[in-house]
Design a protein around this ligand. Sequence first.
Ligand SMILES: [Zn+2]
Length: 587
Amino acid sequence: MVPQEGDRMATQALYRRWRPQTFDDVIGQDHVTQTLRNALATGRVAHAYLFTGPRGTGKTSVARILAKAVNCLAPEEQRPCNECRICRGMSDGSHLDLIEIDAASNTGVDDVRDLRDKINFSPNEARQKVYVIDEVHMLSNAAFNALLKTLEEPPAHALFVLATTEPHKIPETIRSRCQRFDFRRVSLQDIIGKLQRICEAEGVTAEPAALEAIARAATGSLRDSESLLDQLLAFTEDTITLEQVQALLGTVSGEAVATLVDHLIDRDTAAGLALINATVDAGADPRQFTRQLLEYLRGLLLLQAGDRGLVNVTDATLERMQAQVQRLPAPRLLKIIRCFAEADFDLKISAQPQLPLELAFVEMTLDATGQAPAREIPHPAFDTGTKKRSAGEPSPSPGRVAETRPRPAPVPKSANVAGKQPDVPADDEGEEPATHGEEGEAVPGPAGGSGAIDISMVKANWDELLTAIRPHSRMVEALLKDCIPIAAEENVVTLGFFYPFHRERVEEPKNKSLVTAMMERVLGTRVQVQCVMVDRSTAAQEVQKRRPKDKYQQAAEDPVIQAAVEKFGARIAGIESHPVAPEEERE
Ligand SMILES: [Zn+2]
């Protein structure tokens, strides 16, 4: 295919210049073009067609080619010739017998109303007047009525092509009067092939990975891929690189996504978090990252189901994915997909876009016992003043946790319900905060004004604190949801923030006194609140730290225990978990 009108190349958009001009030029829609060619050859062209399918798949381009083919002056087997007067006029949109209406525009409705009045006029020059109505689902009811009346008794000289991305919005009365063609998303390989031809013709080279990234981002829309390439050509001297594409799209390299999945399989928490951080620091959008990861995981799922055909990737990637599928049992893969799908949802509402992705990753690298085996979870950059665990010591275990967040954690079979105050561990100083609240250990409640508090009490009462703050300020509540209580010493409670903006808001005198007052109420003792910045990798620890509290809460919500608390003034002193048989963790 040769671009049209070379002299205008510099100013015309790439997708217009490379618009297919013959049925052979159309990519990935052979089922449509072959049927139309047959209809033309046998003289059985219908009076009305409905072209449906995603944007940028060639609907209006095929409509134009059809318009030219039915009117071309060349011998039948050469139509459309793209050289005769009519072909050229219809190609550049100047021919009076090709009427293109954009139903999404303001004038579209009027144009359709005019149809009924003008439809009976014969073509000016062509054999048939061709009406192409794009985005036809946007028409008003009145316009649909006008169109229907026209379609009910179409004059012999009229040919209608209705194009839409949303066929279900078109009245059945109209659909039933059209011959329908469903355009498909163009395959990755086909898009890459077309982009390659364009690059060659434009005299630029492109890294194969760059073209693949463009094609992937276009999700089956040839026009979108060409628009992206157009933007890249604008600031490319001679070679289009993957880096440029990623910078333009905010996307993550396929390599990074595949490597992250390797880390997931290996349960390599540290390497995975480092990769996420490096990728986001390099400018990738965490939402985009999560979506690409989900798309990749979906591919693994399809491969596992033996459905190679539906996995739209290059051969090299396919090979790597197949190796990963071998190492990823189906139940675990399903859990991972659910978890990241949830993270994708959380990303939409999270003030810190990276955190849900990191949390999901850490959660999915923990094994059935809630541990990240073999490797350490990174420490927070902030020094909490507590003794740091040396590399040789075992990781703190928060006990068995449920891996998939939507599923409730295993309900404790028994809880020690005792009518006494909890024992506050005496040897608290110098201990790693995360070791508090382990299975069988006491989870302290409010200190009842006795004075000394520790971090585990703050954590155990965190939700109560949020509830207390909510009626006063939803904003402060939201800010606290995005921070981590990291230390409580000498009645100074230290809150860790990920973003300076969050810290500054909480430190505003009005907000800080609210937090302090509510914390004092909940903890039953005088406190000071101090706010610090923490490294984002603290998220890794946060997942583990939250577990014991969840267990405590669950026990507190148990109706039997609630009754005991009410009747006997009992307190939950500790929780013994009877592990549930790991029926979902067959690996
Ligand atoms: Zn022609």
